[in-house]
Design a protein around this ligand. Sequence first.
Ligand code: F3S
Length: 405
Amino acid sequence: MKLTDEEKRMVDGQAGQPVKMAMDILVAIGEIYGAEKLIPIQTAHIAGLSLKSHGIAGCEWVEDIARSGAKVCVPTTLNVVGVDRSRDLGLPQDWCTNQMRIEKAYECMGCFGTSSCVPYYQGFVPRFGESIAWAESSAVVFTNSVLGARDNREGGPTAMASGLTGRTPYYGMHLDENRKGDVLYKVTTELKDLADFGGLGAYVGKRIGTRIPVFDGISNPPLENLVSFGAALASSGGVAMFHIVGVTPEAPTVAAAFGGKKYDTVLIGKGEIEEGYKQLTSAGDTKVDYVAIGCPHYSVRQLEETARLLQGRKVAKGVTMWVHTNVAMKAVGKQLGYVQAIEDAGAIVTQDLCTVLSIPEALGVKTLATNSAKMAFYARGGNSLGVWYGSAKRCVDAAVTGSWK
Ligand code: F3S
């Protein structure tokens, strides 16, 4: 790789040991992927903060880096964690303590301690064409596809290295030629709600792997459905970007989305969406004891919807219902009365936490109902839960009745 004189000094350790370590990581990644150089980034977003991914060894590793004086040099946000620092949810104390050690270490490096998978709801919004180094697959696919920013599917350590140096290797999604579509999906059926978007994302994600899908026939989707759609594609597959013709900024037309490349066409009807739902459902027992919605973290509009669906109802005895969001959305939701309304009905609005990165199974729950394709995908193996997948309304009905209809 061609490095500038300043970058060579950073590699030599003249900017300190933490920067040298970060440069070693970025240069190694750049060489693996054939990057010709490093480029500047505007922001970084570090994921993989959960104690589940770090373990105690990872926790000590990050603490060592923080103690060595590492400081980020561009705005750097943190992803979701496995604990809600604002309240006791009944999770094991040692789990909470060690999880908070990890967050604290990153905060000591200067990262913003607002842990969320939707930093763009919290004021960190990359603009079109801007290069960033964000981990968290759902945020990567959203920023590439919906905002038109440029981001590879970073891992936690590479995002941290980029935060410490303000650089990322120039390869993959930073290059124009890698942002064109590979397969055209003609959607011939109506996508009724967020869960249908998740069903489609799961169906296509499983089949397309890391290639770029282009969708034609989807008009004017709400932002939240796009967030969920990207999360589904990025979890069931390895997708970093999608195009929706006439909706996403790099796909004003089918031709523009493919940029002259040859492509196959696949028709999507009702059957394919139903197949996506089937992929995401693993429960056998219709008794539901855990309902979790808000993956990716809910917006204010979704908090309002949840409050409305719960109006005049109560979560059934023996059912735990968590609604995941971040500190900023929760603060606004509180001001508008939605948080109170949801919690009066017996659900809990969690802050900066998610089911997948936490251990709700430690509370003894066995069967989850969710409207999130990403959560459905991971909770089955990661949390050992049986999963029902469906709309927010069906999830709230399950919370109130204790069963999946
Ligand atoms: Fe966010 Fe956790 Fe879902 S990180 S996207 S709430 S799995």
